[in-house]
Structure formats: structure tokens, C-alpha cells
Design a protein around this ligand. Structure first.
Ligand SMILES: Nc1ncnc2c1ncn2[C@@H]1O[C@H](COP(=O)(O)OP(=O)(O)OP(=O)(O)O)[C@@H](O)[C@H]1O
Length: 223
């Protein structure tokens, strides 16, 4: 059973009198336990698609379903806060907080039930994705790009959601760092049972995912 599904999703940008379609009748399922990538030429609509399934924007017609319910009915804000986690290329961490504090902030925001000892959980999550205790107590601005992206992933895990959505999460990283981040995504899908959906320009990242969709002329095609 899919955790996220789209049904006949349509989206266009208004261009004067014209409607420029970016997504045409897109119906696709994402399951827990799988690592998905979405590829496509620049401007093909990858980020637009991710914004739909992240509840950041609403489709012109069609539905995004979470566990069978239209996310519009769940409420976009509730959906974003509690059901999914987002990771961006520029990681959106708070630079003047430590790594651990960044993870703790995310725990504060969610309504999901979390273990009471949040500090321990934050350090454990960071440790799980390769940030040592010493680095966890450093300001984010004093860590490398690859380390920052790991922290962004630890933060995404802090709310305990079943879905990780990422837009070009390795866009600023060299090949080696990219490969490390990809291994983390694989682990989150295969060992932790999450649905991981990553928009990427990188063929290497796509090659390591379980399922790749290519966005072309408004359609998502399984590769
Ligand atoms: N707010 C907007 N108003 C009008 N057109 C837009 C808007 N946002 C995006 N577009 C256009 O919609 C198309 C799809 O954009 P989108 O960012 O989804 O593509 P993408 O595949 O993620 O591209 P990239 O790989 O370059 O990030 C592009 O042609 C873009 O110029």
C-alpha cells in the first residue's frame, strides 16, 4: 500500500493568457521501504512536483493522497509538520545554533509523539548519520557542507515521519560526499522502512535508487 499517491495531478503556470502545463494527469505511488529518485531536464517540473507532494503548493486539479487521505483534507500545515520531512540543497539549518540544537528545534515543532529524552535522541540520530558527539556540539556554521547536509537529514528524522522528501540534497557536494548521503537515504528506506523521494540531477544518485521516474513533457515515466 502506498504512503503517498498522486491521482491525476495537473499543474500549470499562467503565462499571460496561456496556461503552461508542468504536470499532466500524473498518477504515481510511493511506498514505504523504497528509495525513489525523480530526474528530468532543468525546467521539466521536478521541484514543482515535489512541492505538490510536500503540500507546499496545491494542484490545479487532482489529488495528493497520504495513506489514502487527500492532504487537502488533512490540512497542508498539519501534513507538512507531522507527516513528512523535507531536505533541501541549501539545508536550511540555523547557522548560529549547534547541530544538536538544530535537531532539537525540529522536535519542538512537531505534534508527533516523541521520546521524552529528546537530547539523547538528537545525539543518537546525529551519531546514526555519522556526526560525532564533538561535532554535534559545534555551531552549524563551523561544519563542512557534507556534515551540514547530514545534520539536515538528522533533523528530517527527528520528527519521526514515514516520508523523507529531498530536493537536490547532494547538489552542493562532491562525489564522495554525495555517495555517503546516498548510502544514508538507502539505509533509511531499507532498514528504517521510510519512503524516500529525492529530486536529483545526478545519474549516480538515480542509479543507486530502487525506482527512478523521469519527468518529461508533464508526465512521470518509470525508467
Ligand atoms: N512561480 C513560477 N511562475 C511561472 N513559472 C514558473 C514558476 N516556477 C517555476 N516555473 C517554471 O516552471 C517550469 C518547471 O520548474 P521547476 O522548478 O519545477 O523545474 P525543475 O525540473 O525543478 O528545474 P531545475 O532542475 O532547473 O531545478 C520551469 O520552466 C520554470 O521556469
Amino acid at each position: 500500500m502506498s504512503i503517498i499517491a498522486t491521482k491525476n495531478l495537473n499543474y500549470f503556470y499562467q503565462d499571460g493568457d496561456m496556461q503552461r502545463y508542468i504536470l499532466r494527469d500524473v498518477s504515481v505511488d510511493f511506498e514505504k521501504g523504497k528509495f525513489y529518485t525523480i530526474v528530468g531536464e532543468s525546467g521539466s517540473g521536478k521541484t514543482t512536483f515535489l512541492s505538490m507532494i510536500a503540500g507546499l503548493d496545491s494542484p490545479k486539479s487532482g489529488e495528493v493522497l497520504f495513506d489514502g487521505s487527500d492532504i487537502k483534507k488533512l490540512g497542508y500545515e498539519n501534513y507538512r509538520r507531522n507527516k513528512i520531512s523535507l531536505v533541501f540543497q541549501n539545508n536550511n539549518l540555523v547557522p548560529y545554533l549547534t547541530a544538536a540544537e538544530n535537531v532539537l528545534v525540529a522536535m519542538d515543532i512537531t505534534d508527533n509523539e516523541l521520546p521524552s529524552d529528546q537530547k539523547t535522541v538528537a545525539y543518537n540520530l546525529l551519531d546514526y548519520i555519522g556526526i560525532t558527539r564533538e561535532k554535534a556540539d559545534r555551531l552549524v556554521s563551523e561544519l563542512s557542507g557534507g556534515e551540514q547536509q547530514r545534520i539536515a537529514i538528522a533533523r528530517a528524522l527527528a520528527t519521526n515521519s514515514d516520508v523523507i522528501l529531498a530536493d537536490e540534497p547532494t547538489g552542493n557536494l562532491d562525489e564522495e560526499r554525495e555517495a555517503e548521503i546516498v548510502e544514508i537515504f538507502k539505509r533509511l528506506a531499507h532498514e528504517n522502512g521510510k519512503a524516500v523521494v529525492v529530486v536529483t540531477h545526478s545519474q549516480e544518485v538515480a542509479d543507486k535508487s530502487d525506482v527512478t521516474y523521469r519527468l518529461k513533457k508533464g508526465n512521470l515515466i518509470n525508467e
